[in-house]
Design a protein around this ligand. Sequence first.
Ligand SMILES: *[C@@H]1O[C@H](CO)[C@@H](O)[C@H](O)[C@H]1NC(C)=O
Ligand SMILES: *[C@@H]1O[C@H](CO)[C@@H](O)[C@H](O)[C@H]1NC(C)=O
Ligand SMILES: *[C@@H]1O[C@H](CO)[C@@H](O)[C@H](O)[C@H]1NC(C)=O
Ligand SMILES: *[C@@H]1O[C@H](CO)[C@@H](O)[C@H](O)[C@H]1NC(C)=O
Ligand SMILES: *[C@@H]1O[C@H](CO)[C@@H](O)[C@H](O)[C@H]1NC(C)=O
Length: 606
Amino acid sequence: MKSKLFYHFILIIVFICKILGQEYLPIEGGKCEKYIGDSGEKICDGYLANPESIYVYNKTQEETQTELKNLISILKLTNPDKVCINPNNYKIMCSMMFPECIDLKSPNVSKSVSLPIYTCNNFCKEALTTCSVSSSIASCNKGSTLPIQLPYTPIEWVKYNLSNYGGIDNYTVECTDPTLVKSGSDSEIQVECIEPLIKRITNDSKADLDKGYFYVNSQCVINCPVTGMHSKLVWNQIFKINDVLSSISLVCTLILLFTFGILNPKLNRFDKKNLFFIAGVFGMSLSGVLIAANGSEKTVCPTPERYAVNTDRVCVASGFLVHFSALFAILWWTIGLADVYYGIKYVGKKIKIKIRYYLIVTMIISLAFTLVPLGTGQYQAGLSNVMCFLKDEIYQSMTFFVPLGICLTLGTILMILVMKEIYVIVKSKSSSNSKSDSISYLKLQVKPMLNIILFYFTFLYLFLFVRVVNSRYQEYEDSAIPYMLCLAKGGGNSCLLKGPSAGSLGYFAYCLRIYGIYLFIISFLSSRTIKIWKESIILNNSFVTPIVKFFDSSFSGRFSSSKNTTTTQNSTFNNTNGSGSGVGNSSGMTSIGLESRNHNIDDDDL
Ligand SMILES: *[C@@H]1O[C@H](CO)[C@@H](O)[C@H](O)[C@H]1NC(C)=O
Ligand SMILES: *[C@@H]1O[C@H](CO)[C@@H](O)[C@H](O)[C@H]1NC(C)=O
Ligand SMILES: *[C@@H]1O[C@H](CO)[C@@H](O)[C@H](O)[C@H]1NC(C)=O
Ligand SMILES: *[C@@H]1O[C@H](CO)[C@@H](O)[C@H](O)[C@H]1NC(C)=O
Ligand SMILES: *[C@@H]1O[C@H](CO)[C@@H](O)[C@H](O)[C@H]1NC(C)=O
């Protein structure tokens, strides 16, 4: 899991390593200076043995201070407990980074020279141990090439050959115990979480993870929505896409349900299937509207400290609803496709299974796959999400993507078969020189095919998106290291975690919610619905009829061609509906076949 990595991440700070000799050290030629003092955050004021004289070499005090600040930030981030962040460790770190300085002057030497008093090795080790710094990250032994390079720390003493300065050749400097420094106040050092992390006291950060609190260390939680991944502005845009599209989709699917379910005077078999399919899409939109109505950000992130989990009702409800509806819709999509194929292949025949059996089976399948995750509290928002859905990958796979994959595969096969049948028909038609007939037939196929393809690619994208996100998890996790480093250095909002791009997240929200709108464009803007509406009570009363007539006459010129198809379709529709016995006529085989195909596809509009 991501959290483990957060706990064990490695951070890289480059310290100038002082690779020095075993006992005799060369004379570097540094200077003694007065400590410049902390600016802002308390670092070494009060923790230095002799702030009047510290050894400065090759780096300014400001530079060393920055390094030290980064080191402290990292320790605070990785190990903010008192056992690490305490005055003792501050004294050790300050003593290592700002060693006390001895100024040797005559009579001891003829030429004055400054030498550092190093911190004893065991204190360095103590600090690393208490801060649980892994031995693969930093070491107190000299000559290490580890990511964090610490200043040299002798075991007991170092010797200098001062003969060039007119002194003895075995001048010995003992190492120092920084913990002996008397600091004015040994009050606890406050650990603040680095922005955008939020401080939250906890006893058990692992248990709190199940409550939606994602601890980066033992005191700080990652904020929600994760601004380390995308800026607040981008998140708001993604949420807005979700809100707007689900609302429009909801209205669209409601209109479709109303048109086909209530206004429709003759509710045939295909209408019923279509209605169940639309109902599924309606449920998906409703889930989005549920989130939007509750406030998208509030639903996904109930507080900035945590993401929504299985105790947040709106989140659970929307997750359950979108899962159930998507399964329900795709099952009906597959059933519809199977019917289209059957209708084309076995000319004139219809599958005899009653719709209610389909309904029972689809209900059972959808419920079976959704009640289990509901019972096990799987519906959560998780980090960096725009919706509530299944939390664990295994549940995502077993209860959503496997059924989805099976349906999509079946759908693909059926689609290929349908296309093959169409191809065969078109070919045989064109050979019999009735080209216009086959073209009008093809026109009838455009919308159902478009619907199938759009549905297909929408769900294929959702499927691939989740797969890609899962497969790149390691990459995203690895970006935690540079992210923390950046935060420790004070990068704030410019520090970024890797994750799914804003575009792909936005497109995910788009795909999930747009479908009702697609469906509306494809299904509603058809001659069939126009007919239903025209004949409905709403347009067929003394109020509206004159207006309709006016529009009808003014537009009739422009839409003459589409009116043509309306009439042909009506006649076909009446034919097949009127009597099923017409199929028996073998001489009119092709025309009947075409009629039944038209019937299947057109009034299904699947
Ligand atoms: C002194 O600092 C420079 C860069 O500022 C660095 O390249 C060099 O290695 C340092 N010398 C020693 C002895 O640390
Ligand atoms: C310098 O020499 C004197 C006398 O030899 C000694 O008392 C003093 O401690 C020495 N100073 C240092 C800094 O070693
Ligand atoms: C000290 O340095 C001088 C001059 O560089 C050299 O002659 C002498 O041998 C050195 N002494 C030791 C103990 O290394
Ligand atoms: C330094 O060397 C002198 C003689 O060269 C010797 O008397 C003295 O004990 C040595 N001091 C240390 C600390 O090794
Ligand atoms: C922490 O644990 C103690 C006892 O183990 C308990 O009394 C206290 O309420 C807990 N605090 C929180 C914030 O959970």
